[in-house]
Design a protein around this ligand. Structure first.
Ligand code: FAS
Ligand code: PHB
Length: 390
């Protein structure tokens, strides 16, 4: 039976970043991905990197294009009742974020892995895990109709929310926590210039909106929509009209419309699975947790999970010590729950909930009024947004 040190399930950002970092530490991996490379690259998702994620891309040797094309943002704007309020990350925390799309992060990691000659098996079907409570788990999959199996020391479950890894933890061991929000985000990507130099989060009576970007010529927009909305009912023109109505007056005339490159509806949920480890299986990224994208934490949490797992595996293979792996779940979850809180808080504060009671609306307004009146409150938002320490 073929054997390898670490089998990584999933070639999204978590799996690819882990693979690259382990390679820098001389630890061999095989990645199994159920989809094709084009399919993985076709998913349009996150857009903002914390400094921790930026640093890991540099340590993985995959940062050349990111450092050249990424856009440093020293703040963001929140627009409430037509008034713009800037949160100055640099002044409040001395830090910043980098605007660089997840698609580009994934592409850079894919290219680096291909150049390294490490094995990534795309279109791997029916991946299954066994022996997770032994010291030599076995991973099985089918490729081009042929069944394969691999023995390994460790399985890294980086296969996202719908993957097989979390489902491989016995039901009587796994505990999940979830909140599903009564709305989604309708996102549009267009080759048009952004409406502002920084992101704008909008709390409008018609619903939330977000003006983001991928570059100076490519914009990413979101508007809050009902869970019953269907993408086929949203022409580009209908999207642009709905977005424009939610923009601050000064930005109305600056909105440049253009054909959508991508348009999709994403549901919003908060979700955490505990423990993030079962025997020799370690969950990382969306396989273990989901946040509503309002706080731009999803991709960044995958990065911090990967950092902790990389450190634990280095100790295991280089020094024969397992305390890094034994402490992985607790350490990762401590940061996950703080990001879950921040993402829930940003979502609750900036969205209009269907049939929102008047008291909740008053609470939202008081929360926002306090935020903009208090340096301490704005510093709290800023330090969570730029990323809490690993
Ligand atoms: P991913 O889901 O990216 O990757 C998992 C990989 O595993 C996939 O390629 C999948 O094909 C593969 N896989 C699944 N099951 C498998 C199996 N059985 N066998 C083999 N492979 C398997 N985050 C933000 O910060 N901002 C955003 O705006 C944002 N928008 C999002 C929109 C959507 C629709 C979604 C779903 C997520 C969004 N996120 C956003 C979060 C997102 O960026 C994730 O946090 C990020 O993709 C996490 O990366 P991974 O953990 O690698 O999971
Ligand atoms: C994005 O650019 O896709 C993006 C940015 C910030 C968020 C969510 C999404 O909070």
């Amino acid at each position: 039976m073929k054997s390898v040190s670490v089998v990584i399930i999933g070639a999204g950002p978590a799996g690819l970043l882990l693979g690259q970092l382990l390679r820098t530490s001389g630890i061999e991996t095989v990645i199994l991905e159920q989809r094709s490379p084009d399919y993985v690259l076709g998913r349009i998702r996150a857009g903002v990197l914390e400094q921790g994620a930026v640093s890991l891309m540099r340590q993985a040797g995959c940062s050349e294009r990111m450092d050249k094309e990424g856009i440093v943002h020293h703040g963001t704007a929140l627009m409430v009742d037509g008034e713009m309020h800037r949160i100055d990350f640099r002044e409040l925390t001395g830090s910043s974020v980098l605007v660089y799309g997840q698609t580009e992060v994934t592409r850079d990691l894919m290219d680096a892995r291909a150049a390294s000659g490490a094995t990534t098996i795309y279109d791997a079907e029916d991946v299954s895990l066994s022996g997770l409570d032994s010291t030599r788990p076995v991973v099985r999959y089918r490729k081009d109709g042929v069944e394969h199996e691999m023995a390994c020391d460790v399985v890294a479950g980086c296969d996202g929310f719908h993957g097989v890894s979390r489902r491989s933890i016995p039901a009587d061991v796994l505990k999940t926590y979830e909140r599903v929000y009564p709305f989604g985000w309708l996102g549009l990507l267009s080759d048009t210039p952004p409406v502002d130099d920084e992101l704008i989060y909008i709390n409008d009576p018609r619903g939330f909106a977000l003006c983001s970007m991928r570059s100076q010529t490519r914009s990413r927009y979101y508007i809050q929509c009902g869970l019953d909305e269907k993408i086929e009912d949203w022409s580009d023109e209908r999207f642009w009209d709905a977005l424009q109505a939610r923009l601050p007056d000064a930005h109305q005339s600056r909105l440049v419309r253009g054909p959508s490159i991508e348009k999709s509806i994403a549901p919003l949920r908060s979700f955490v699975a505990e423990p993030m480890r079962y025997g020799r299986l370690f969950l990382a990224g969306d396989a273990a947790h989901i946040v509503p994208p309002t706080g731009a934490k999803g991709l960044n949490l995958a990065a911090s999970d990967v950092y902790y797992l990389w450190q634990g595996l280095k100790d295991f293979y280089h020094h024969g010590k397992s305390d890094g792996l034994d402490g992985y779940a607790e350490k990762a979850l401590a940061r996950v729950w703080k990001a879950e809180r921040f993402s829930w808080w940003m979502t609750t504060m900036l969205h209009r909930f269907p049939d929102q009671p008047a008291f909740e609306t008053k609470m939202q307004k008081a929360e926002l009024a306090y935020l903009f009146s208090s340096r301490a409150a704005m510093t709290a938002l800023a330090e969570n947004y730029v990323g809490l320490p690993y």
